[in-house]
Design a protein around this ligand. Structure first.
Ligand code: PMP
Length: 435
């Protein structure tokens, strides 16, 4: 913290108008957040003039980094034509066609303004289609801020029974919400199956993120995903894949990688090319709950800015840039970064690991095997070591999420990866010296 910091001055002003100076919990930082001035490619510059490699890329959304010229050109063209209307535009058809072409299980889709809304609409669609009230979700998995999606996002060890239970995340969560959410352990197919079967007549859907960030960013086992698919079919519930983040794992998203087809899939982040977006898509018969052509739909859904042509055009440009070669290159950079960080942990004799897949990476300051939310939750000494590590990165020109998440971008170079590995090596040295 520097007394002359422009960020600090901005934060002091912010505290007058925003609660705690903040309007987005996820970007809060102590003693004050770093305010960003601009970004270009793999870099960001803060208001104090410091340059860093951006390894969080707006929490995984900016897969092409910042101010990509092709995306900017697409947006500029749309700006001249108008930004949003009370009528549909061709852009929404173009993006829907593109996504339906990439994800086999998605035959029809609907756009929203955020991943939160996409998950909300998917859950509501499942309820409307099945006529059942309950949703099953994984303990510790984040799916945005719909009440039902937030249940058991961060239960403390004091609440850990043998089976997960429905624990409120936010104060004021109604009991009825908790009653309608069944919480499953991650990567435990037998327990998940047993808990789902206990609600077989009332469960509308099982929601799963195949590599849930907050539950450790470790991939679901193939057995786990297969068990969820099978038990959903057995009881007539829908399987919803939350691909708001995992869609950046491959050209067709996560489903081909796990060899599964979901009934509904939620999207967000990268499909908007840096503009607000979300989408839900899936089986044509399920998506028909939204169809207004025969009168009032079973599930009406609007949204003043849903499918606005700026987000649509930016998303189309971003996805067109993401060819197979782009995913291969991102995954190779991710593998090299994981290997480099893991080698640094070994060299310094510090207990830690870099997990994840493709362009997504998370650092845990523990040697214990991470398989779910409970094994991922840092013990107090690990949380302290993680804070030291993250500050070490920040001070060496690397910006990542405070809880150890990194998401790579296509403008990153091999030299950028070398820089991040070098910074991580030195930051792990800080951890070694701090104990
Ligand atoms: N689902 C997942 C898996 C997410 O990671 C997020 C956001 N990080 C959301 C849903 C919610 O998306 P949004 O922030 O766009 O509302």
């Amino acid at each position: 913290p520097s007394p002359a910091s422009v960020s600090r001055a901005l934060y002091e002003r912010a505290t007058q108008f925003l609660p705690g100076g903040n309007t987005r919990t996820t970007v809060y930082m102590k003693p004050y957040p770093i305010y960003v001035a601009r970004g270009a490619g793999s870099r960001i510059w803060d208001v104090d003039g410091d340059e860093r490699i951006d390894c969080i890329n707006n929490f995984t959304a900016q897969i092409h980094g910042h101010a990509h010229p092709v995306i900017n050109e697409a947006v500029r063209k749309q700006l001249e034509l108008g930004t949003c209307f009370g009528l549909p535009t061709e852009a929404e058809i173009d993006l829907a066609e593109l996504l339906c072409g990439r994800v086999r299980s998605v035959q029809a889709m609907r756009f929203t303004n955020s991943g939160t809304e996409a998950v909300m609409m998917a859950m509501k669609a499942a309820r409307a289609f099945t006529g059942r009230p309950k949703i099953a979700k994984v303990e510790g998995a984040y799916h945005g801020s719909y009440d039902y999606a937030e249940v058991s996002l961060d239960p403390s060890p004091a609440n850990w029974g043998a089976d997960p239970s429905s624990i409120p995340y936010a104060q004021g969560t109604p009991q009825t919400v908790l009653q309608d959410v069944v919480v499953l352990p991650f990567n435990n197919p037998e327990a998940a199956r047993r808990l789902v079967l206990a609600h077989r007549d009332t469960l509308a859907a099982i929601v799963v993120d195949p590599m849930p960030n907050r539950a450790g960013l470790v991939p679901a086992s193939a057995e786990y995903i297969q068990a969820l698919r099978a038990v959903a079919d057995e009881i007539g519930a829908l399987l919803i894949f939350d691909e708001v983040i995992s869609f950046r794992l491959g050209h067709g998203g996560a489903q081909p990688l796990w060899g599964v087809e979901a009934d509904l899939t939620t999207f967000g982040k990268i499909i908007g090319g840096g503009f607000p977006v979300g989408a839900v898509g899936g089986r044509r018969d399920v998506m028909a709950v939204f169809d207004p052509s025969g009168g009032k739909p079973v599930l009406p859904h609007g949204g003043t800015f849903s499918a606005n042509p700026v987000s649509m055009r930016a998303g189309i440009a971003a996805l067109q840039l993401l060819d197979h070669a782009a995913f291969t290159r991102l995954a190779a950079m991710g593998d090299r970064l994981r290997a480099g960080i893991n080698a640094a942990f070994a060299r310094h004799g510090v207990e830690g690991q870099a997990v994840g897949m493709g362009s997504l990476l998370k650092v845990h300051l523990t040697a214990r095997e991470v398989v779910d939310y409970r094994t991922a939750l840092p013990h107090p000494a690990e949380a302290h070591a993680l804070a030291t590590f993250m500050l070490g990165l920040l001070n060496r020109g690397v910006f990542a999420a405070s809880y150890g998440l990194m998401a790579l971008s296509t403008p990153m170079t091999e030299a950028d990866i070398d820089h991040v590995i070098g910074a991580a090596d030195e930051a792990i040295g800080d951890v070694a010296r701090s104990r």
